[in-house]
Design a protein around this ligand. Structure first.
Ligand SMILES: [Ca+2]
Length: 240
C-alpha cells in the first residue's frame, strides 16, 4: 500500500513537473510570438515611412547635376547649327528608344523690307513636356531646384513650336511730316532665349517605367543659332 502511495506521489510530482514545463514553454512561445508580432508591426511602419520619404524626396532635380542622373550625354564636339542654317533641324532621341523626342529648327526669311531668323523647339513626341516660365519655356540656370510637379507643357499641336530665340526686323516707312517719309530699320527680339549662353531647358517624359526629369544645357548666338552642350535625366517618383 505504501509503495502504491509513494508511486502515485511520484507520478503526481512528475505530472506537475511536466505541466509546469509545458506552461513555461507555452508562455515563452506566447511571449516570443507577441514580440515578433510587435517587431513585424514596427518593421512594416518603418518600411511605410521609408517609402513615403523616398517618394517625397524623388520628385526634384538639381539642374545641370550629373551625379544623380540615370543617363548623361556630353556632346564633344558640341552640336552647333551651321552658318547657313536656314531650314536646318536637329532631332534628339533623349532616351535612346529610336523615337526622336525633341526637335530644334532654324528658320529664316529675308525680304527687301523685312526678315526674320531664329530657332524653334517643336512638338514631336506627346510624352515629352517642357518646364514653363512666365512666358514660354523657362530659362533655367545651373543648380536651380525644379520639380516634376511644376508647370509643364507638351507644346500642343503638331507644329505649334515655342520660339526659343527669334529676331524679326523690318524697314518700315515712317511719316515724319506731310511730305516726308523715312525708312526706319527696327529689330524685334522675341523669346527669352535670345543671345544666351550656358542655360538649361528642363523637360520631363513618360515611358513604360514611369516618369523621368531631365535638362539640356545649351546656348544661342546673336543670329538665334543653337549650340547644344550636354544633357542628362533621372527617374522620379510621385509625378503626375
Ligand atoms: Ca526617345
Amino acid at each position: 500500500m505504501r509503495f502504491i502511495r509513494e508511486s502515485l506521489r511520484h507520478e503526481n510530482s512528475k505530472t506537475t513537473e511536466i505541466y509546469t514545463h509545458i506552461t513555461t514553454k507555452t508562455k515563452k512561445l506566447y511571449k516570443m510570438k507577441k514580440t515578433s508580432t510587435i517587431l513585424c508591426i514596427i518593421l512594416i511602419v518603418m518600411i511605410m515611412i521609408g517609402c513615403k520619404k523616398e517618394q517625397k524626396e524623388n520628385t526634384t532635380m538639381k539642374v545641370g547635376e550629373t551625379n544623380s542622373t540615370d543617363f548623361y550625354q556630353d556632346f564633344d564636339p558640341n552640336i552647333i547649327f551651321p552658318s547657313n542654317a536656314t531650314g536646318y533641324k536637329y532631332e534628339l532621341d533623349i532616351n535612346g528608344d529610336s523615337i526622336n523626342d525633341i526637335e530644334f529648327k532654324y528658320v529664316a526669311d529675308v525680304g527687301n523690307f523685312y526678315g526674320y531668323h531664329g530657332t524653334y523647339l517643336a512638338h514631336i513626341n506627346s510624352n515629352f513636356y517642357y518646364l514653363l516660365g512666365s512666358s514660354g519655356i523657362k530659362v533655367c540656370n545651373e543648380n536651380d531646384l525644379v520639380s516634376c510637379n511644376d508647370i509643364y507643357d507638351n507644346l500642343g499641336g503638331d507644329y505649334e513650336p515655342f520660339t526659343l530665340s527669334y529676331d524679326y526686323y523690318s524697314s518700315v516707312p515712317v511719316q515724319i511730316n506731310d511730305t516726308t517719309w523715312e525708312f526706319n530699320d527696327t529689330s524685334y527680339y522675341s523669346g527669352n532665349w535670345h543671345n544666351v549662353e550656358n542655360k538649361f531647358i528642363v523637360y520631363k517624359f513618360l515611358d513604360e517605367n514611369g516618369w523621368y526629369i531631365g535638362w539640356i544645357r545649351l546656348g544661342f548666338n546673336d543670329d538665334g543659332k543653337l549650340e547644344i552642350y550636354e544633357y542628362g535625366y533621372k527617374k522620379v517618383n510621385g509625378c503626375s
